[in-house]
Design a protein around this ligand. Sequence first.
Ligand SMILES: [Zn+2]
Length: 174
Amino acid sequence: MGDEKVMSNFQVQNVIKLLLNHKKGEDKDEKWPEKAIKSLVKKLRGLSGNEGIDLLLNAISQKDANTNCIKIPRSLDGRMQVSTRKGMPHVMYCRLWRWPDLTSHNELKSMDHCIFAFHLKRDQVCVNPYHYQRIKTEEVTNTDTLKRGRLKIAKAFLLSFCIARDRLAKIVDV
Ligand SMILES: [Zn+2]
């Protein structure tokens, strides 16, 4: 199926331009978004013909969660390098096409129907930015605060326990 459809360099350039038009925000390194897109297109070319590229174009232009997974091979440590930056691929492309201020994978939750979501640790990983939802940072912060709060209580409890034990030991000694 796909083998007959070899993309010309001209077509590839057009695909990259089209995808670049959908990027959100500006990057400190203005060349970086194009590099990241080129790198993704390169990974998708040759995987079941150009099906991956068609799926990517579809997802990015439709901006719809009801699109297919866009799979790339998972690297050994799960991260991907583009130019001098290394990061988790789904975070990279969610930042590029949806949330420029995204800081970490902790802010992302995959959709239930995404069968190649990053956390599933399959040998391929889905980078469809519309297969991930953003968890509000307050929720992340709140959980952190909550965790820290619980830790404080646990520490205080342990401390009072130790004090009580020491007192008890003194009484027993006497
Ligand atoms: Zn997916």
